[in-house]
Design a protein around this ligand. Structure first.
Ligand code: GLN
Ligand code: ZN
Length: 767
């Protein structure tokens, strides 16, 4: 009897998830770790909290019909860091910087007074950040599977069928970077062979411990990879697959289409593949190519959005896959790490809207429902029915469809997204209107969030102070920030953004079509969690959002005060977006809402308006083939938000990244009059790049690294400025910090800005 026949006789299709949120229902892990860091609790107390959270998570999964629970995906900080630890890739300077293993681990994660942390960057196109492993030709790997074994044993002893999860060797190497002491052209992939030795050893240890399956995550295979990387993948899978002492191997990939990598996986000597089946291309590839006897964990439930699945559509896909593959398991597209835990707790959200939400817990039920329905639809009838009801209600609801918004979007013409006057003429007109000196000085928007500001916001939330008292507290802060800037002699002032909790949430709270959650925390990095707002319906702006703050600030000074907004791309990048229309359409709606705000600011007398788009670069699609289409709607929505203004009104934008090489054309396409960018850490190499790209509009390459508490001297700032002016015509150059000053201390900011103004004045004099 084949396995498939047994399966049908027993009539049980398995259900699984690729990974699970770590923080616990009340962010218990965050609290426990921070309390350990603060020295309030011991390592063993932290260990106990973590053990309890894992036990609860697995119990929840198995109580809800998950057959095989993931283990080893739980982490004190980050799963890539854990992988570095497991393979022994621990730079010597960290070993020397702490006494216990746990403190060495946390030193790599967040640094301590002896050592700076590893670099951190975004995990593919999610908002989760991982620590970048450092490798060099002298790195010697050594297997340390203790953590994996401990978690596996804990799950098994609790009676679960457990599947350890590892970041795969290829993804690990591709995400690593050369260590500071390595040659700059060192390619971590040259370490594949010794790394595979270590993986083989780890697999052996897990097999000896009784693991039947191990999940190896290779999401790097969904990026555009050269043939050499695909060859390396083929080789890696061959070596792991032909190891003699090993569990069955489930290779997981997610986030985009596998394209050429699909065949590499399908032909590899491994036992199963977990494939992101929310990507139609991947489903087509499976149907066309087949999986030659392998298990398929069909990731039909989207692990990255927050919406109830269309069960009939998902079931249809599963049926087609089931007919093509021998061993089908229903799963999520990726780890559920990227979504909040439990939508049923969002009792402040209107009941109808809440019924459309599926967070991690609801997604587990969906996976189970689909697996059951695949065997016998009647056995899942009630759950299917309730999902269908939610999907139908969402489709038909007047809450998701606002005719006024739709007709406004439909009426948008190309001219609406373009300024009428070309940049050269605008520059002259703005110069005349604003009368700014050469090398004008400004800041990016936020000033330090003082204790008074934070306290006022918390008191307002708790109802301890009324709205009027809160307004006064904010006005006091604005007035202090304006005086400071006047005293320091900055040219274009800001109000300091004291009223904003967060640059996205602040606007989301004021826009229709957006909702905020109460418990919807998602890990951003380490113990830092965010609650992304959710776009559930057509977006519009019922009333002005920032005008009164700007007006107050401008009433205090003769110098121009910038209006400050967050751009449409960033608004969506740091939110959960709807999946029932193209993101570009949602972006256009947000753009039009912002356009109203821009108009109101201008009508109130504002002559310099900054629309921040720090997320423009990070939202680039993973596959290059999709980038042009993205940049098209991204730049168009920025222009739609900003191009209604008079030619004398100056539009600024800001991004906080240094690597812009591949999007200069798109930046130019924004048609902003001035852009501020991060440039300090790279020693102003940006200026040369800008010069070579032929960028001709105003640009403020940052001259003050706000990520560090260090106050730069006037000479340092001046040196950076000279580089900028050496590469670019002086009339293009603005003088500003790399980013907002929100996270810095007031005394640091005062000294640094004073030095910045001194440097600009001196540079001006020598032009
Ligand atoms: N205007 C925002 C600030 O200054 C920009 C923040 C950002 O770029 N992330 O805080
Ligand atoms: Zn920034």
């Amino acid at each position: 009897m084949t396995e498939r026949m047994t399966e049908h006789i027993s009539g049980h299709t398995d259900a699984t998830v690729l990974g699970w949120p770590r923080q616990g229902p009340r962010r218990e892990l965050k609290r426990a770790i921070e309390s350990y860091w603060a020295g309030r609790t011991s390592e063993s107390e932290l260990h106990d909290v973590a053990t309890g959270l894992r036990a609860d998570a697995w119990k929840l999964l198995s109580d809800n019909g998950i057959d095989e629970v993931p283990t080893g995906d739980f982490s004190y900080y980050d799963h890539v860091l854990d992988t570095a630890w497991t393979v022994g890739a621990i730079p010597q300077r960290y070993r020397a910087a702490a006494d216990t293993d746990l403190d060495v681990y946390f030193a790599m994660a967040r640094g301590n007074d002896r050592v700076a942390p590893l670099e951190m960057t975004k995990w593919f196109d999610t908002n989760y950040h991982y620590l970048v492993p450092e490798l060099s030709p002298t790195t010697t790997f050594a297997a340390d599977p203790a953590r994996q074994l401990e978690h596996f044993a804990q799950a098994t002893e609790a009676g679960h069928t457990a599947r350890p999860v590892l970041v795969g060797p290829l993804t690990f190497l591709l995400l690593s970077k050369p260590a500071p002491n390595a040659p700059a052209d060192f390619d971590p992939l040259t370490l594949l062979e010794p790394l595979l030795d270590v993986y083989v050893e780890i697999l052996g240890a897990l097999h000896d411990a009784g693991a039947a399956w191990v999940q190896i995550d290779e999401p790097a295979l969904v990026l555009d990879q050269p043939a050499s990387v695909l060859d390396a993948a083929r080789h890696a899978l061959d070596r792991l697959g032909t190891a003699t002492n090993r569990p069955k191997l489930l290779i997981a990939s997610y986030f985009a289409a596998l394209q050429d990598a699909f065949e590499v996986l399908a032909d590899a000597p491994v036992d199963g593949l977990a494939i992101d089946c929310t990507v139609p291309d991947n489903v087509t590839a499976i149907l066309e190519h087949g999986l030659s006897g392998k298990r398929l964990v069909a990731g039909v439930i989207d692990g990255r959005n927050v919406w109830v699945a269309d069960v009939d559509d998902r079931l249809a896909t599963l049926r087609r896959l089931d007919a093509r593959v021998d061993d089908l398991v229903v799963g999520t597209s990726c780890s559920l790490l990227h979504v909040p835990l439990d939508a049923s707790r969002e009792t402040a959200v209107d009941e109808e809207v809440r019924s459309w939400l599926a967070f991690a817990r609801e997604k587990v039920l969906e996976v189970r429902t689909l697996a059951t329905a695949l065997d016998d639809e009647s056995a899942a009838a009630a759950a299917l029915e309730s999902s269908r009801r939610a999907v139908a209600s969402r489709r038909a609801s007047t809450r998701t469809h606002d005719d006024a918004v739709r007709s406004r979007v439909a009426a948008v013409s190309d001219a609406d997204a373009h300024r009428t006057t070309p940049f050269d003429q605008r520059r002259a007109q703005q110069q005349e209107a604003l009368g700014l000196p050469l090398l004008p000085t400004t800041t990016i928007g936020s000033f330090p969030q003082t204790d008074a500001v934070r306290k006022a916001r918390a008191s307002l939330r708790r109802g301890e102070i009324d709205g009027a008292t809160y307004e006064t507290a904010m006005q006091d802060e604005i007035s202090a920030v304006i005086s400071l800037q006047e005293e320091l002699g900055l040219d274009v002032l800001v109000h300091g953004e004291p009223e904003r909790n967060d640059m996205v949430q602040y606007f989301a709270e004021q826009l229709d079509g957006y909702l905020a959650t109460t418990h919807g925390w998602v890990q951003s990095y380490g113990t830092r969690c965010v609650r992304p707002p959710i776009v559930f319906g057509d977006v519009s702006r019922p009333q002005p959002m920032t005008v009164r703050w700007w007006q107050y600030a401008q009433s205090l000074t003769e110098r121009p005060v910038k209006g400050m907004l967050t751009g449409p791309v960033t608004m969506l990048a740091w939110s959960f977006v709807r999946d029932d229309q193209p993101v570009g359409d949602t972006a256009r709606q947000v753009a039009l809402a912002l356009r109203n705000e821009v108009t109101d600011l201008e009508d109130a007398g504002c002559r310099v308006i900054q629309v921040d788009e720090p997320a423009l670069r990070e939202t680039l699609p993973l596959r290059k083939s999709e980038r042009a289409a993205y940049l098209d709607w991204a730049t168009e929505s920025f222009r739609l938000a900003t191009s209604s203004v008079a030619s004398t009104t100056q539009v600024h934008t800001h991004m906080c990244y240094a690597d812009f090489g591949d999007i200069f054309a798109a930046i130019d396409d924004l048609d902003a009059d001035v852009i501020s960018l991060e440039a300090t850490r790279s020693g102003m190499s940006l200026a040369d790049e800008l010069e070579q790209s032929g960028y001709a509009k105003g640009v403020g390459p940052g001259v003050y690294d706000i990520h560090s508490p260090r106050v730069p001297s006037a000479d340092e700032v001046r040196a950076l400025l000279e580089k900028a002016v050496g590469a670019l015509p002086a009339r293009q150059v603005w003088v500003n910090p790399d980013c907002g000053l929100k996270t810095r201390r007031p005394d640091e900011v005062r000294s640094a800005l004073a030095n910045l103004v001194t440097a600009a004045t001196a540079a001006r004099a020598s032009l």
